[in-house]
Design a protein around this ligand. Structure first.
Ligand SMILES: Cc1cc2nc3c(=O)[nH]c(=O)nc-3n(C[C@H](O)[C@H](O)[C@H](O)COP(=O)(O)O)c2cc1C
Length: 183
């Protein structure tokens, strides 16, 4: 079975990150011909334009991983009503040097979980703005602003019963979105 490769970029470096957990749980809701790989971003240098002609090996690896994927999945917390700096740093690194961005045309999903009541809504809107500039088409609907509450995950780390139908619906639309761009 031909595999559709999805590069997953999580905007939290925290060991017990809810967003990492969501990334793992979402992958389990996708069909068998979709493969999800969480990309490493914690070893990317702070972006410095002086390095454009001599990018670090970690940046080259990250860009190659994005380019090898048919789709992208961004799963991010909200930090101070925006995206975490580590995520913006990853986007900046992989978008350069000018004309050599890894991103153009890769279809993406945007989702996230936070403790706040608006469940990463503002972070997602800021991220969509950056992705629009990077020529990354993002799934518009359904939106998924997830608040971390008791029962979001079950004991095995899978999505709990209360949120399963909603997130399965989101994943189904995301899968169709990627297929539309890769057909
Ligand atoms: C620097 C910082 C800023 C935060 N700002 C927000 C915020 O604007 N909105 C929100 O809902 N939660 C905010 N939080 C709480 C996060 O939602 C919470 O820490 C969450 O667990 C982070 O995601 P993670 O579990 O994937 O690391 C913030 C947390 C930190 C550390």
């Amino acid at each position: 079975m031909a595999q559709t490769r999805i590069a997953v970029i999580v905007g939290s470096l925290r060991k017990d990150s809810f967003n990492k957990k969501l990334a793992t749980a979402i992958a389990k809701l996708a069909p068998a011909d979709f493969t999800f790989e969480q990309l490493r971003i914690d070893d990317l240098p702070l972006y410095n334009q002086d390095d454009d002609g001599n990018q670090a090996d970690s940046v080259k690896r990250f860009k190659a991983e994005i380019q090898a994927a048919q789709g992208l999945l961004f799963i991010t917390p909200e930090y101070n009503r925006s995206i975490p700096g580590v995520l913006k740093n990853a986007l900046d690194n992989a978008s350069r040097p000018y004309g050599k961005s890894a991103f153009p045309g890769k279809p993406a999903g945007v989702i996230g979980v936070s403790v706040g009541a608006i469940g990463t809504a503002l972070a997602q809107q800021h991220l969509r703005n950056v992705l629009a500039y990077l020529d990354v088409p993002t799934l518009g609907q359904p939106e998924a602003f997830i608040q971390n509450k008791e029962g979001l995950f079950d004991a095995s780390g899978a999505i709990g019963e209360g949120s399963k139908a909603f997130l399965q619906g989101w994943v189904d639309k995301y899968v169709a979105w990627v297929k539309r761009h890769t057909a």
